[in-house]
Design a protein around this ligand. Structure first.
Ligand code: NI
Length: 387
């Protein structure tokens, strides 16, 4: 398939998916459409225990290994959209009220479909197997963990995934070794005081000043307890107490998020936040209920494979740059815990940032993304089959 035909085909798919966004774990129409396109191309869809999303497979016909152990590379795209009302003004804007592909997952899955079409054509050059993973529920719905639990990736040697970058020029490939997306934690602190009359505070244990002290004191965890060379952030995003002007409430609630570039650092921040909160609670004679959870691990790009991605991109004449790390989370990190892999980005020059109602991914680099995914699978399998 020549580049122009590929680009036209993928733009058609991309616009269809952009019109029909579906939320995490609700990607039914999306999955049906992906399956239809793969079926038409004669690409095998595996029988995997997933409610939405799917995994396809292309088995190469070159150099079957004598050991019988097939080399496998996985290519991953996420497929879910966000609860955002689109204001892009595009003629192919969302037709599903209150749902929008505002993070470019429609671009990712269309590029992966393109890679599938290319790899299907080049099966004779493929010394191994490629698994094409159309992952559901990346936006906080546990998609990567569902896929891992299905066991479909157990035989995979390497994994590659892509994400569009709103603020990079269309087609620029940005990738760096190590962590580029943060480990994400959420926390909840319930302060259990004693309510009473606003005029007689001595008869109560007011949770409100306790909440205020915790919010203030916690600011020093990042600014005073953390090395300026280690990136981390802690934000209180939900503060709630009381419901009227003359009653001291029983309880106060604090919620928020904290992020760092390693799981260990994340756990350490949680530990400090709990210590600080409990110390203030003791001083103020209130009880505290502290809980936190790790929502996503930090991504971790394998250094040697990152070099391989850069070389493969350059060999195709593509411009590359180091990626800009961000404090956003990405559940691709879960694959990287057991499978060496690289999460790379491609510029799409959006006028607005990710998750914004005016986010627009330029479809022009779709064929470039598809070709690079396919090239990574082919060159990766060639390298693996030589080892
Ligand atoms: Ni995303």
């Amino acid at each position: 398939m020549d580049k122009e035909t590929l680009q036209q085909t993928l733009e058609g798919h991309f616009k269809w998916f952009h019109r029909h966004p579906e939320p995490s774990n609700g990607e039914r129409e999306t999955t049906t459409q992906i399956r239809r396109i793969l079926d038409e191309a004669g690409i095998e869809v595996l029988d995997v225990n997933l409610k939405t999303g799917l995994v396809a497979r292309i088995q190469g016909t070159k150099n079957k290994p004598e050991t019988g152990i097939e080399r496998v590379i996985a290519l991953r795209a996420d497929i879910d959209a966000l609860p955002v009302t689109e204001e892009s003004g595009l003629e192919y804007a969302s037709e599903n009220a209150g749902v929008m592909h505002a993070c470019g997952h429609d671009f990712h899955l269309s590029a992966l479909l393109g890679a599938a079409l290319l790899l299907r054509e080049q099966r004779e050059d493929l010394p191994g197997t490629v698994k094409l993973l159309f992952q559901p529920a990346e936006e906080g719905g546990g998609g990567a963990r569902q896929v891992l639990a299905s066991g479909v990736l157990q035989d995979v040697n390497e994994i590659y995934g892509l994400h569009v970058a709103a603020d990079l020029p269309p087609g620029l490939i940005a990738v760096s070794p190590g962590a580029t997306h943060a480990a994400v934690g959420s926390f909840k602190i319930i302060i259990l005081g004693k309510g009473g009359h606003g005029a007689y505070p001595q008869q109560s244990r007011d949770p409100v000043p306790v909440a205020a002290q915790i919010v203030n004191a916690a600011q020093t965890i990042v600014s005073r307890n953390t090395s300026p060379f280690e990136h981390s952030v802690l934000s209180f995003t939900h503060v709630e107490a009381g419901n009227t002007w003359n009653v001291i409430p029983e309880t106060a609630l604090l919620e928020g998020t904290f992020r760092a570039f390693s799981d260990e650092k994340l756990a350490w921040i949680a530990h400090r936040l709990e210590q600080v909160s409990r110390g203030i609670a003791v001083a103020c004679e209130v009880e505290i209920d502290f809980s936190w959870e790790m929502c996503t691990s930090a991504t971790c790009n394998d250094p040697a494979l990152t070099d391989f991605v850069i070389e493969t991109a350059k060999a195709r004449g593509l411009e590359t740059a180091p990626s800009v790390p961000g404090m956003g989370g990405e559940d691709f990190a879960y694959y990287q815990k057991t499978i060496p892999g690289v999460f790379w980005t491609i510029g799409v020059g959006s006028p607005q940032g990710h998750h914004h109602p005016g986010f627009i991914a330029d479809p022009a680099p779709l064929s470039t993304a598809a070709e690079l995914l396919a090239a990574l699978a082919i060159a990766g399998l060639q390298r693996l089959s030589c080892n």
